[in-house]
Design a protein around this ligand. Structure first.
Ligand code: UGA
Length: 443
């Protein structure tokens, strides 16, 4: 089959490469000629494990191409995926839909035969129906153009596996237009359906809501354990042991119960805010007031981490050297959007600390977006002369640090585990004072 994918960021580039991997002919479309040139040359413009291999294999096989041309895309296929970003609006909670609207407004006037636009971006409920009306208004093929919603649940760092082996496929269609879109998508996803990936057909608003509800649930789960972590701190209990014990209950499960610095990135924080904003517009704001608390518990983690670091260096960070290990919002990603690690580094710097940041993959993005921080090229360089070492992103590289070796470069053997990812016994037996969120300090 043939399809196009509009937007070649984390979502679109992965979707385009993976649809080609399933054997389809795919045209990726982006307005940024730089991105198109890189992808056409087999280079992924961001860090995503395994994606470059899939990209190159499919470019070589001739199943995948990239372009900036909308007319070329409209002529190429009748199935068009929409994978552009929906960031948070500046200064407000709602989602900024300008990229989604721009694609539909530019593509629709070129659609002169029956076509299906398949939204994958995370959007406020009601967007799909609105875009459908807009597309039909603008397209020469008018009523023959349909908009359906097929939300994407991929995680950065696992994007390829999550696209080729998703937990489920959700497809929302307008019940007054049954048939065509469903047939095309079932054919496109046939290899996944044959591999027993559940395929769930819904109406449009349900499909849109499945996505934001999933992210709201995940955010709530993380903030739940982080709230309990605050109680652990007040009582001397250990949140990691508690999470392990909770997680044995199959109804709860251990995943997403890692207490620490909390969630960041381009999705969870902005999605819960956009969800609240949309519920407000719909007159259902009371239903989601708890998400305000989820958000504030999460943001409080960052100040708690700064307080812990301050305690670690004796009450004031002014003039101290602090190493911050990690800058990405999570491991296996170079994404620094709303990164708790960089937020903490920035606050410490503001309080007068000399901060040195190191991340295995996110250095370029960090430098670009936070040019006033100091950056090191390795863990050892970041930690030289440090009064405290903070672990802010749980990269494997940091988990396996030898505390005895690192002890020889720091000024004080003080470590603050912001992600509860280090082996406390190893660090304390190498003579480190060990502080962590939700766990007792050990000398
Ligand atoms: C999230 C969802 O997990 C995906 O299903 C969804 O498709 C995606 O958003 C999206 O909307 O596009 P992602 O943002 O890649 O994916 O990251 P997650 O793995 O969900 O992690 C989010 C944040 O939560 C990270 O900062 C992570 O460090 C933090 N986290 C995660 C915790 O603090 N504790 C945990 O136990 C788990």
């Amino acid at each position: 089959m043939r399809c196009t994918v509009f937007g070649t960021g984390y979502l679109g580039a992965t979707h385009a490469a993976c649809m080609a991997e399933l054997g389809h002919d795919v045209l990726g479309v982006d307005i940024d000629p730089g991105k198109v040139a890189k992808l056409s040359g087999g280079e992924v413009p961001f860090y995503e494990p395994g994606l470059a291999d899939v990209l190159r294999r499919n470019l070589d096989a001739g199943r995948l191409r990239f372009t900036t041309s909308y007319p070329e895309a409209a002529a190429f296929a009748d199935l068009h995926f929409l994978g552009v970003g929906t960031p948070q609006k500046k200064g407000e909670y709602g989602a900024d839909l300008r990229h989604v609207h721009a694609v539909v407004d530019t593509l629709a006037p070129l659609l002169d035969r029956p076509a299906v636009i398949v939204g994958k971006s995370t959007v406020p409920v009601g967007t799909a129906a609105e875009l459908g009306c807009r597309a039909r208004e603008l397209a020469p093929a008018a009523d023959e153009v349909e908009v359906v919603w097929n939300p994407e649940f991929l995680r950065e760092g696992f994007a390829v596996a999550d696209t080729l082996r998703p937990d489920r496929l959700v497809v929302g269609v307008d019940p007054s237009r049954p048939g065509r879109a469903e047939t095309l998508l079932r054919e496109l996803y046939a290899p996944l359906i044959e591999a027993e990936v559940p395929y769930l057909s819904t109406d449009l608003p349900t499909a849109e809501l499945v996505k934001v509800s999933a992210n709201a649930f995940l955010a709530t789960k993380i903030s739940f354990i982080n709230a309990i972590s605050e109680v652990c701190e007040a009582t001397g209990a250990d949140v990691t042991a508690l999470a392990d014990a909770l997680g044995h209950d199959a109804r709860i499960g251990r995943r997403f119960l890692n207490a620490g610095l909390g969630f960041g990135g381009g999705c969870l924080p902005k999605d819960i805010r956009a969800f609240m904003a949309r519920a407000g517009e719909l007159g259902a704001d009371q239903a989601l007031t708890f998400l305000r608390e989820v958000d504030s518990i999460n943001m409080r983690r960052r100040t708690k981490m700064v307080q812990l670091a301050t305690r670690a260096v004796g009450g004031s960070v002014l003039g101290t050297n602090i190493a911050v290990l990690g800058a990405a919002f999570k491991p296996e990603s170079d994404d620094v959007r709303d990164s708790p690690a960089l937020n903490v580094a920035g606050m410490l710097q503001l309080h007068g600390a000399v901060v040195s940041v190191y991340d295995p993959k996110a250095m370029d993005n960090s430098r670009r977006q936070f040019p006033t921080l100091n950056y090191a090229t390795s863990t050892v360089e970041a930690c030289e002369g440090a009064d405290a070492v903070l672990v802010a992103t749980e990269w494997e590289e940091f988990r396996i640090i030898d505390p005895a070796d690192l002890g020889s470069v720091v000024r004080s053997r003080v470590v603050v585990d912001g992600r509860n990812c280090l082996d406390r016994r190893r660090w304390t037996s190498a003579g480190w004072r060990f502080l962590a969120l939700g766990r007792e300090t050990m000398a």
